[in-house]
Design a protein. Structure first.
Length: 218
């Protein structure tokens, strides 16, 4: 189905992007990075959207800070890569250790669904087995480099890629953080540049771009 997209600027030290992605009345929230997600919740309410889950591109603090606030609004599953799972519970990895304030998720209290390469997400969440009769919203592309657990969410039908902190307009993500790997980053960028050139890319920081425009820089 047709995708509607609303970008919110997480009001945090590094101004990361949060996206509300909706298909009809269903929606997902991606990378909620603000302590109180009031603006996003208001948007969901006002548009009478049905929140299906929280999608994470990776587990750094500026993309996950708002999870408790979202779950307070509605108990929905949180989707994260297998490699990113530990970041939700380890402040050294999520970089929470280097900033003020607390962040705690209770493993018992939150339903976490892990994702890997080629997994698909639709209106029933993660799609298992034969997906022929289910509408697929996203396919998962693993793109380690910025951190070991980075993934992109690719909507093939609408030609939109959510690239997290792997690919930005005019640059790529930092590779000097815990679990970063410059060589992996190179491979991940190559993988993204092999996709269709006219795909719109919505990154974790800054403005959108396309595969074609970014490929020219490399």
């Amino acid at each position: 189905g047709k995708m509607e997209l609303k970008r919110f600027l997480n009001d945090n030290a590094v101004q990361s992007n949060c996206y509300v992605i909706s298909y009809g009345k269903n929606c997902y929230v991606m990378d909620p990075g603000q302590e109180k997600m009031t603006e996003v919740v208001d948007y969901i309410e006002k548009n009478e959207l049905n929140l299906l889950g929280v999608l994470l591109t990776h587990g750094h603090w500026d993309h996950i800070l708002g999870i408790p606030s979202m779950l307070e609004y509605k108990k929905v599953p949180v989707y994260v890569s297998e490699g990113g799972y530990e970041f939700l519970f380890n402040p050294e990895l999520s970089l929470f250790a280097w900033r003020e304030g607390d962040f705690e998720l209770n493993k018992e209290d939150v339903q976490i669904i892990t994702l890997k390469e080629n997994d698909k997400i639709g209106e029933n969440g993660k799609i298992s087995g034969n997906a022929d009769d289910v509408e697929v919203y996203f396919e998962i592309i693993e793109t380690p480099g910025h951190s070991r657990g980075d993934i992109c969410y690719y909507d093939k039908k609408n030609k939109v890629l959510f690239s997290g902190d792997t690919l930005f307009a005019g640059t790529y993500g930092r590779v000097d953080l815990p679990t970063s790997d410059p060589i992996q980053m190179g491979k991940s960028l190559k993988k993204l540049f092999a996709l269709d050139q006219d795909i719109k890319v919505y990154p974790g920081h800054g403005f959108d771009t396309t595969i074609e425009v970014e490929k020219r820089y490399y």
